[in-house]
Design a protein around this ligand. Structure first.
Ligand code: AMP
Length: 418
């Protein structure tokens, strides 16, 4: 039998220590900020029935047409690894009959079959918040600001936020027809994908990455110029709430975002340091999505942020020389039991502690402590046992002294410098 492969699937990434700690760190910064704004965590399955995504993201969207990991399970069910967060959250809110309004946040892996490149992988991690049942434009502004606060907390200083409005059920149909007519006149300059977009949802043409298409649509009518009075007012209120917070946004009247469910506000965070894949995250209003799932009319707005790109844009946090870890060293089998007891006692006091059970020689145990980048060793030998003390060795300075059993936890903690 041949060995299993040692390479990960194309487009995936390993987070190994110490880098895995950076991923955890950004997730925890996000959790803290989200909870501070009243969001509670929701955990939904990593796969859903395929129609959850097809019906919400839109049949003609890039995600649905090109990027989904869809499969039939052994019971012939059509399932899809989630390519984004919002549809699963909406499904779960309805299925679990959560009381509205409710504020939810999520953290987890997402999957899209795309061409891998820097900042674009087939499995990636997103964090996001969803405010369901809240209609005020002040919520849109609060969420946009929340994202900038998250990036600022991680030391990302080159992030700009682009904002737009794409109208509502009342004003969009007429605008869509105006746009379709205008794009028809320049059809021969658009790519094959855009021809399909033109039929299905002409707004998507704004999302096309082909340069000649972008040139062709330079003077096409933008949604922003065709808003109804209510949408205009909503947009003005979002922008003035951002200005009140001193947030320097960029108006981008071509920002439609690639999903069908958005209405009114759309926004995106862009980092200048990321190259081609420069979007850190984005979001918008989706006031009709809950209804499309058969739920009650429920205004909603949310944001999703990609963590791989956030890590690329964030300045590297220097890792501490020594970890907050105590290594318990035993000199002979006779002290092993006492070493185990001490490790348990330190752990119970909240101090990370480790023992090398396999190396019967002290030298081997010290090597393991170095490899684990422990801050100190707590040594137990026959001398220490007879005196009822421990020898505490600071691995940064090499200094060693005896500590009493009562004082050991505090003495170890004192050596945990950053
Ligand atoms: P989207 O829902 O496409 O707007 O994605 C929101 C954010 O998720 C993006 O701004 C990226 O930061 C991240 N993201 C989306 N797709 C990928 C991918 N294939 N690889 C890495 N990050 C991604």
């Amino acid at each position: 039998m041949s060995e299993p492969r040692r390479t990960r699937p194309k487009g995936t990434q390993d987070f190994v220590p110490p880098d895995s700690a950076r991923l955890l760190h950004v997730e925890n910064v996000f959790r803290r900020l989200a909870e501070r704004c009243g969001y509670q965590e929701i955990v939904t399955p990593t796969f859903e029935h395929t129609d959850v995504f097809v019906k919400s993201s839109g049949e003609g969207s890039d995600i649905v047409t090109k990027e989904m990991y869809s499969f039939k399970d052994r019971g012939e069910r059509d399932l899809t690894l989630r390519p984004e967060g919002t549809p699963g959250v909406v499904r779960a809110v309805l299925e679990n009959r959560l009381r509205l309004p409710c504020r939810l946040y999520y953290v987890g892996p997402y999957f899209r079959y795309c061409r891998p490149q820097k900042g674009r992988t087939r499995e990636f991690h997103q964090v996001g918040v969803e405010a369901l049942g809240e209609a005020s434009p002040l919520v849109d502004a609060e969420i946009i600001y929340f994202g900038t606060d998250f990036f600022r907390s991680l030391g990302i200083s080159d992030c700009t936020v682009q904002v737009n409005s794409i109208g509502c059920r009342d004003c969009r149909p007429a605008y869509r027809e105006t746009l379709r007519k205008s794009l028809f006149d320049r059809k021969e300059r658009l790519c094959a994908d855009c021809h399909v977009r033109l039929e299905r949802n002409p707004l998507r043409v704004f999302d096309c990455k082909v340069e000649s298409c972008q040139l062709a649509i330079q003077d096409a009518p933008a949604p922003r110029q065709h808003l109804c009075r209510a949408c205009e007012l909503h947009h003005e209120q979002v922008l003035s709430a951002l200005s009140r917070r001193g947030l320097l946004y960029e108006a981008n009247d071509r920002l439609v975002r690639g999903l069908d469910y958005y209405d009114r506000t759309t926004f995106e965070y862009i980092s200048a340091s990321l190259g081609a894949q420069d979007s850190l995250g984005g979001g918008g209003r989706y006031d009709y999505l809950v209804e499309e799932f058969g739920g009650p009319a429920t205004p909603a707005v949310g944001v999703a942020i990609g963590l791989e790109r956030t890590l690329l844009a964030a300045p590297a946090v220097p890792l501490p020389e020594n970890r907050h870890l105590a290594f318990v060293v035993w000199l002979s089998e006779a002290e092993l039991r006492a070493a185990e007891d001490l490790a348990d006692r330190l752990r119970a006091a909240g101090i990370p502690a480790q023992i090398d059970y396999d190396s019967s020689k002290v030298k081997g145990q010290f090597k393991s402590a170095d490899a684990a980048r422990a801050a100190c060793c707590v040594i137990i030998g026959p001398d220490e046992m007879s005196k009822g003390v421990y020898s505490l060795k600071d691995l940064a300075t090499g200094e060693q002294h005896e500590v009493s059993s009562d004082a050991v936890a505090e003495a170890v903690r004192a050596l945990f410098r950053d």
